[in-house]
Write a protein that binds this ligand. Structure first.
Ligand SMILES: Nc1ncnc2c1ncn2[C@@H]1O[C@H](COP(=O)(O)OP(=O)(O)OP(=O)(O)O)[C@@H](O)[C@H]1O
Length: 943
């Protein structure tokens, strides 16, 4: 499709010129990448009854575990053959104080994990028995711990030193691994520096009775700077090049128990005393009674009681019942797998969509539970270290990204063995394409894989935000019976919700921040949709003497971490952020969340306001909305749409291989295919994923590689080299010569050599190291092998297109629902439910709950315009003035909505007068009109 046209006849349009078209950069850099990858696959699942009960009750009875563990049995076995076989879970487990990880370092934009990008520094964020692999060895953390448990335990800060005195625990043993807090080896990089005895004046002592989890927020009396921050700096200097903790050596003991402080977040963590916990675990294994569970909870987490839904979920899981758990954000879902992980003998595998979340959850594991993580951008040695520890039984809870399930080696660890006791699917709504952020990679998480290949009997799916339709889908995919749904209200009642329609959002925002209650709130998140907004607003706030920083995926990860650090340390009052901020952020005292832009769904709204008031205090959430943003965001929901014929053409290319041998690696270059089919790369990936994971497995997807290689020989002449090296011979045979360079396609050569593309690349690399060749690679491509050719490509294309259309409709319905709820509150609420002025907690809560419980496909009314008297005339003019270009109805509608697409780039098309002119009108209505006009236009020009 050629679309290079400058002249579009704008001068003769039917409507007067619009206000200047929105900047394409702004329009097309919404940070919600969720939408970009939302398209996915057709799932033709068997229908099972929808979950009916909102709360399932379980009767806990001991169950005999069938599982064997690689972990040797403990010295003290349970008294009888009770359900859950024992493991030496606690002795000599390490205690870890970690430098808080940086959740924003996920390379994938907005912190979302796609294709498993994460920086390697997370990779080694691992707790293990022998080692703590720190990702920044040059930045060890020191924490001083007061060992004198006999002291009164009153906290104070002197000379920036932090120490925790634990009254409730005693030091269990003195270990030699002095550099490692509680560690058993000497390779740990986190430092525990013991105070010199009697130097109490240097240390903070907290009166915590061993169990408290108070917020640590002491300030240095002199500087006013948080001691943890200062401490952090000090420790860096002091520990340079010194891995072993000197202080620890001096004192001869470093295995402290009690409460300790995360040096960066200031958060307290419980150290533990292994024997009482071990005994408590045994008691739960013998009888998972409320009493036994509460006493374990107290020992491991320091809490006196369970929150709503927790006990029920834990009991169900301990009984081996696969469970769907829906609790509000911040309600404490993690605990529901942490305690079972401790009790089960095998591994608990936690699947999480974000590296940031994984890090956060790993960080928040109680010290009695060993954790590790695997993500795809780990260095090979880091991943193998984790796997080694896993196989040794040194990891109880392993966090993995869904992409890990593509890795055959990983799956093979568990195949045929009963190593896994529990699989936890966190953010389980991602499994469903009807959720607000479906992840194609979550499609791999099917009960068949988890049970069949990983040998995991029990699955715990957790989410805070799912409509009934999504829940049904997830439970069906994971084979969770409808009776095993544990669900509590979706909104915390400490969130005060308000809404206002705004004519000038910037001005209204400042006014809001300067008025009660917001003016007194010390920690505020402002959510925006567009990156550019976050920068503009934060600057504007600073200009108005409000301490603010922006946060979005376009900011370098180091700076993002810094913003998060400052915010967590209460040194920045406001963070103006895109959706990228907040995932994995467990700052408990965020007092307000303000939406500067309309969220894309009520799920997103609930998730984001859930960042506020996690400490249970009354917190304020205000939503500013306007029509223009709604139109813009609604329009963007259509940017991934595809047409039947384009999908058909793509399928023809996918299955166009000559040989169709299952051994052949085929490829589709991302960029050129995207342009050729006018389809976003993510949409192509979605279709490929569906072809792999749908009901029929047509292809097997392989890792992305650059497929075009340009090669130069430097030492040996090519023919002589070819006679010695059969790979080179094949390359010469398959290459095109251009300017003395050999250009070839990697998979083609690999195929004739009957080798894997990756092995060919390794071979080239070794020749390069020897100085024989240099080469360049380009054209990133999706690689795959064909397993089955569809009998009817057209039918398959139609099914795929229809399904993608349904997903699109679902997304549009979501944004309509959130707009309607806001508009109702602002314009139509009769205040009968108790709302007053801008305060609309009752009516918003009601609408949100209604939305979550609504009938799956119920109609959501829209206020968007369906027609315009100038539309037809404008389309006519547009087509006439671009008569040389082949348009589809979708292409015309996109241009009229100002939506970029691969074949109609904004660099060319935003110049037209029609670009974005009809963004306020329903996209599909424009497509319909464009279709009719195109038929007329083509009819006239053909005859
Ligand atoms: N029984 C309990 N008593 C007191 N605090 C608890 C209890 N259970 C969990 N918490 C605390 O509540 C906070 C939120 O817990 P958690 O992170 O598990 O929430 P979540 O439900 O996973 O939230 P989100 O959906 O936002 O990730 C944590 O600080 C946790 O320690």
């Amino acid at each position: 499709m050629d679309s290079d046209s400058d002249s579009d006849g704008s001068h003769i349009s039917a409507t007067p010129p619009n206000s200047p078209p929105p900047s394409t950069a702004a329009r097309h850099s919404p940070v919600s990448r969720r939408r970009d990858i939302l398209f996915s696959s057709i799932k033709l699942r068997k229908k099972t009854p929808a979950p009916t009960s909102t709360t399932s009750r379980t009767i806990l009875q001991p169950k005999i575990s069938k599982k064997k563990s690689s972990i040797p049995p403990p010295k003290s076995e349970p008294i009888d053959s009770k359900p859950l076989t024992a493991a030496p879970i606690l002795s000599n487990l390490p205690f870890l104080i970690k430098k808080s990880a940086n959740p924003s370092d996920d390379n994938s934009s907005d912190g979302l994990l796609h294709g498993g990008h994460c920086t390697s520094k997370f990779a080694s964020f691992l707790k293990s028995k022998d080692k703590i692999l720190n990702f920044e060895p040059d930045r060890p953390v020191e924490i001083k711990i007061q060992t004198d448990a006999g002291s009164a335990g009153l906290g104070e800060v002197v000379k920036d030193e932090v120490v925790v005195v634990d009254k409730g625990f005693t030091v269990k043993s003195a270990r030699k691994s002095l550099g490692l807090i509680g560690g058993g080896g000497d390779s740990g990089l986190l430092k525990c520096q013991k105070p010199k005895s009697g130097s109490e004046g240097n240390f903070v002592k907290l009166n915590i009775n061993g169990y408290g989890r108070k917020k640590f927020s002491y300030k240095n009396k002199r500087t006013g700077v948080s001691s943890s921050t200062r401490r952090w700096k000090n420790s860096r200097v002091r520990n340079k090049g010194n891995v072993k903790g000197k202080g620890g050596e001096e004192n001869g003991a470093d295995d402290e128990e009690g409460l300790v402080v995360d040096i960066e977040t200031g958060e307290e963590r419980l150290n533990f005393h292994s024997e009482p916990i071990e005994e408590a675990v045994m008691r739960v294994r013998n009888e998972a009674s409320d009493e036994n569970l509460v006493s374990l909870l107290k020992l491991t987490h320091g809490y006196d009681s369970f929150r709503d839904g927790q006990l029920e979920a834990i009991k169900a899981v301990l009984l081996g019942k696969s469970t769907m758990l829906v609790l509000p954000t911040g309600a404490g879902k993690s605990l529901c797998y942490q305690l079972p992980a401790l009790v089960f003998s095998g591994i608990t595998l936690v699947v999480s969509p974000l590296v940031a979340l994984m890090i956060d959850q790993l960080k928040h594991l109680p010290p009695s539970i060993h954790g590790g993580l695997l993500c795809s951008s780990q260095k090979a040695e880091e991943a193998s270290e984790t796997l080694r520890l896993l196989q040794e039984g040194a990891i109880k809870v392993l966090f993995v990204s869904p992409e890990r399930f593509l890795n055959a080696e990983f799956i093979s660890i568990f195949s045929g063995r009963s190593l896994i006791s529990l699989v936890v699917v966190d953010e389980a709504h991602c499994v469903s394409e009807w959720s607000h952020n479906f992840r194609p990679s979550y499609m791999r998480l099917r009960a068949s894989l988890l049970r069949g290949r990983l040998n995991a009997d029990c699955i715990l799916a957790m989410t805070a935000t799912a409509t009934n339709k999504t829940l049904f889908d997830v439970m069906q995919a994971l084979d969770i019976p409808s009776s095993n749904l544990i669900q509590s209200t979706k909104l915390r009642d400490n969130l005060h919700l308000s809404v206002s329609k705004s004519g000038n959002r910037m001005k209204d925002l400042i006014q809001l921040l300067k008025s009660s209650p917001f003016m007194d709130i010390k920690s505020i998140i402002i959510y925006c949709k567009f990156q550019s907004d976050t920068d503009t607003i934060s600057k504007y706030l600073r200009d108005n003497n409000i301490s603010a920083k922006s946060y979005h995926s376009g900011i370098p990860s180091k700076d993002r971490s810094r913003v998060q650090e400052l915010f967590c340390a209460n040194r920045v009052r406001v963070v103006v952020a895109t959706v990228a901020f907040g995932m994995g952020l467990d700052k408990s005292d965020v007092g307000a969340v303000i939406h500067y832009s309309l969220p894309e769904s009520l799920e997103e709204y609930v998730q984001e306001i859930g960042r506020a008031g996690r400490d249970g205090t009354l917190s304020y959430c205000h939503l500013l909305f306007d029509d223009a943003t709604y139109f813009k965001l609604r329009s963007l929901m259509y940017s991934d749409g595809v047409d039947d014929y384009a999908v058909n053409k793509l399928l023809c290319q996918i299955f166009s291989s000559d040989g169709l041998s299952t051994e052949e690696t085929l490829s589709i270059a991302k960029e050129s295919a995207s342009r050729k089919f006018d389809m976003k790369e993510e949409v192509i990936l979605t279709i490929l994923t569906q072809l792999e994971l749908g009901e029929v497995q047509y292809i097997h997807l392989l890792p992305l590689i650059n497929v075009t290689c340009t090669l130069n020989f430097h030492q040996t002449s090519p023919p002589i080299f070819a006679s010695r090296d059969f790979v080179v011979a094949a390359i010469l045979k398959k290459s095109e010569m251009k300017d003395g360079q050999y250009i070839f396609n990697i998979p083609s050569v690999a195929n004739i050599m009957r080798m894997q593309a990756v092995d060919l690349l390794n071979h080239l690399q070794s020749l390069k190291v020897k100085g024989e060749i240099t080469y360049e690679l380009k054209d990133q491509a999706y690689c795959y092998k064909i397993l089955k050719v569809p009998e009817d490509t057209c039918l398959l294309a139609t099914q795929l297109t229809e399904w993608l259309g349904e997903v699109e409709t679902c997304k549009v319905r979501k944004i309509d629902a959130v707009f309607n709820a806001a508009a109702f509150a602002a314009n139509a609420c009769d205040k009968s439910l108790g709302c007053h002025k801008d305060h609309h907690t009752p009516c918003l809560q009601k609408n949100i709950l209604y939305y979550f419980n609504e009938d799956a496909d119920s109609h959501v009314p829209t206020q968007i315009e369906q027609n315009s008297r100038f539309l037809r005339a404008d389309i006519k003019v547009f087509l006439q003035s671009n008569a040389q270009v082949k348009f589809t109805p979708r292409a015309v509608a996109r241009i009229l909505h100002g939506l970029a697409s691969p074949a109609f780039p904004p660099s060319t098309w935003s110049r037209t007068h029609f670009w974005g002119r009809y963004v306020h009108m329903d996209f599909r209505a424009i497509m319909e009109a464009a279709k009719e006009e195109l038929v007329n236009f083509v009819g006239k020009h053909v005859t």
